[in-house]
Design a protein around this ligand. Structure first.
Ligand SMILES: NC(=O)c1ccc[n+]([C@@H]2O[C@H](COP(=O)([O-])OP(=O)(O)OC[C@H]3O[C@@H](n4cnc5c(N)ncnc54)[C@H](O)[C@@H]3O)[C@@H](O)[C@H]2O)c1
Ligand SMILES: CC(C)[C@H](C(=O)O)[C@@H](O)C(=O)O
Ligand SMILES: [Mg+2]
Length: 340
């Protein structure tokens, strides 16, 4: 497997190192190419994602990313110019974000309710499309717009993927999360597409939830969710909360997928560069390791993926209550468990 590695900023390199330990333990023939993209390169050269690097990324089977973002770089430069540019250029329209409360993990919810859900977040449209600007800048009449783009093509393909995934799960249940009572144009498109595609999946039951109510239910009754399909921004926010109720952001994995296979998919923890703990060696690498499991699955290695997930499940079930541990110690443990 040819893997492009973008460790990135903050805790990115720390967690990626542990992810690679686990990956190379279960799949010996991984050839990695490291790309030093991120804050340091931007400061040194002004480059975010040179076209030549983008071309090289396309030549890999998959990409592993740590995180981007740094307090010394104006907000949005790295996020838009590097991370989102990769997602958009490589047509990562399916942003796959599973959340599971693993046995032994104590979440913040009363009675540790069962959580096993998958969010399919649209990845290339919505308010992330970059369709906006500032008018009359630096005047008292300044106007900022950030228009949400929703195309039939973009909504249909992600909704279809969500139904496909729901149909393969035991509960076969899909919830559309949106804000159709206010965002009536986009809301109507999303609802209509869900209704249309549902005709092809008669075994999948369908529910709808406004995004604000979905936040309530994620905290009071997360068991009602199986597969959730939603737009780019709602999905961003929803998956941080889903992570928080499932044992924390240090456990939340994601895959940015182009299911057509035309472009390499990219795997990364849901969390960011965590400048508050960067360099301290205390970041939990489990989210990255679970992202490796998603990568292995997508690369057609389900048995290796299962071993990695089983290693994480065992580790979480046997961790000392309340303990987090050192990044490298968790990585060593997971690598040993997964390759044994
Ligand atoms: N995919 C990405 O690259 C990505 C995702 C989110 C945020 N960001 C960027 O990261 C920077 C920091 O953003 P933020 O602080 O809002 O979010 P964050 O996810 O980096 O951190 C939020 C909180 O979670 C904690 N945390 C995060 N990962 C952890 C881990 N593995 N183990 C233990 N604790 C962990 C942090 O210490 C912090 O308290 C910003 O520049 C932001 O744009 C990047
Ligand atoms: C850093 C940012 C561009 C990114 C997003 O909003 O998608 C992050 O929050 C995430 O969840 O991966
Ligand atoms: Mg986010």
């Amino acid at each position: 497997m040819k893997l492009a590695v973008i460790p990135g900023d903050g805790i990115g390199p720390e967690v990626v190192a542990e992810g690679l330990k686990v990956l190379t333990g279960v799949v010996p023939d991984v050839q990695t190419t490291d790309y030093d993209l991120g804050a340091t390169r931007w400061h040194r050269t002004g480059e975010l994602l040179p076209d030549s690097v983008l071309r090289e990324l396309r030549g890999h089977d998959a990409i592993l990313l740590g995180a981007v973002g740094d307090p010394t770089v104006p907000s949005g430069i790295l996020e838009r110019g590097l991370l989102l540019r990769i997602r958009f250029e490589l047509d990562h329209h399916v942003n796959l974000r599973p959340s599971r409360l693993y046995p032994g993990v104590s979440g913040p919810l009363a009675g540790d309710q069962a959580i096993d859900l998958v969010v399919i977040r649209e990845g290339t449209e919505g308010p992330y499309a970059g369709n906006g600007g500032l008018l009359r800048k630096d005047t008292p009449h300044e106007i900022a717009t950030e228009i949400s783009l929703n195309t039939y093509f973009g909504v249909e393909r992600v909704v279809r993927e969500a139904f496909r995934r729901a149909a393969r799960r035991p509960r076969k249940h899909l919830t559309l999360v949106h804000k159709t009572n206010v965002l009536v144009h986009a809301g109507q498109l999303w609802s209509r597409v869900v209704e249309e595609v549902s005709m092809e999946f008669p075994d999948v039951s369908v529910a709808y939830c406004h995004i604000d109510a979905a936040m309530i239910y994620l905290v009071t009754d997360p068991g009602r969710f199986d597969v959730v399909v939603t737009d780019n921004l709602f999905g961003d926010i929803l998956t941080d909360l889903a992570a928080a109720v499932s044992g924390g952001i240090g456990l939340a994995a994601s895959g940015n997928l182009d299911p057509s296979g035309a472009n390499p998919s990219m795997f990364e923890p849901v969390h960011g560069s965590a400048p508050d703990i960067a360099g301290a060696g205390v970041a939990d690498p489990t989210a990255t390791v679970l992202s490796i499991a998603l990568l292995l699955d997508q690369q057609g290695l389900p048995e290796a993926a299962r071993r990695v997930e089983a290693a994480v499940a065992f580790d979480l079930a046997t961790r000392q209550p309340g303990s987090t541990g050192r990044t490298s110690a968790i990585g060593d443990r997971l690598a040993a468990l997964a390759s044994s």
